[in-house]
Design a protein around this ligand. Structure first.
Ligand SMILES: [Zn+2]
Length: 274
């Protein structure tokens, strides 16, 4: 995902103040501790779902204003058809986390192989990715992975970690000027095009393959897609710059296939079809 600068960052941090963030960090069980539905992992997240949705909405408004963003036509229809099947599946499988999401899907006319989801559920798929994937099963794997980042609230978690780190840094440095603060933000990577951590990527892979399977898509498309991305030689897709270790991911996804396949079959019995 590529997170754009919205100019809201300092406002958000300033609005809470150092004391509030520290309090949240010091008492995670009361304020900032959240459990990721589906994996049971505990995360620090001082943002509410509503705050994440609002941040996503701001960034999405910029995306919609870009003339390269397509909001109608056959490509958008395809992405929305797959997206709607996935969000319905996510609502069945991860109902609590899906409840606050405001899903929306657009296509960006950009040849780079990429897709992203903002916190709160606004998603985009590049025309380059649509051209790269071999059928809707592979598209569903990438989109399921991106949806999973939003559902598992990885953006909010990362912002929370950064806020805590910057408050600690501020205290350690005895107060810093705005320029210094900006450097710290950059150092902690809340900046343009930052990859998620390895742990977030594995978690999105895991939740994503189950969402795709629940929606009726073939989970075997997951390792196949990663292997194909890795074998592009000079034309390595941009998606891999924020999603490294394709071979390792393919292996981990391979191990999840039997369970994902039974999820798919159980869903098919209940009438779920892509
Ligand atoms: Zn990812």
């Amino acid at each position: 995902m590529t997170m754009r600068r919205t100019g809201r960052r300092s406002g958000l941090l300033g609005g809470w103040g150092a004391a509030g963030v520290l309090l949240a960090a010091a008492t995670p069980s009361l304020v900032g501790c959240h459990t990721v539905e589906g994996t049971g992992r505990k995360q620090l997240n001082v943002l509410s779902v509503e705050q994440e949705v609002e941040l996503g909405r701001d960034a999405y408004a910029e995306v919609l204003a870009d003339p390269k963003t397509l909001t109608s036509g056959p490509l958008v229809d395809r992405v929305r058809r797959v997206g709607n099947a996935l969000t319905a599946a996510a609502a069945r499988r991860y109902p609590a986390s899906s409840a606050g999401m405001e899903w929306e899907f657009v296509v960006i006319d950009d040849p780079t192989v990429n897709a992203w989801a903002l916190p709160g559920g606004k998603c985009a798929v590049n025309t380059g990715l649509l051209a790269f994937v071999d059928g809707d099963d592979e598209l569903a794997i990438v989109m399921g992975h991106e949806l999973a980042h939003a559902i598992a609230r990885h953006g909010g978690e990362r912002m929370s970690q950064t806020m805590v780190a910057s408050v600690v840094a501020e205290l350690a440095l005895g107060g810093i000027d705005p320029q210094g603060q900006q450097l710290i933000w950059q150092a902690y990577g809340v900046s343009v095009g930052l990859p998620f951590s390895r742990r977030h990527e594995s978690e999105a892979d895991e939740l994503g393959i189950f969402i795709a399977a629940e929606a009726g898509y073939d989970p075997k498309a997951a390792p196949r897609l990663w292997k194909r991305m890795a074998s592009q030689g000079d034309r390595v897709p941009e998606f891999l710059s924020t999603h490294p270790d394709p071979d390792r991911r393919a292996e981990e996804l391979e191990a999840l296939i039997p369970e994902a396949e039974s999820v798919r079959q159980a869903a098919a019995v209940q009438g779920s079809r892509p």
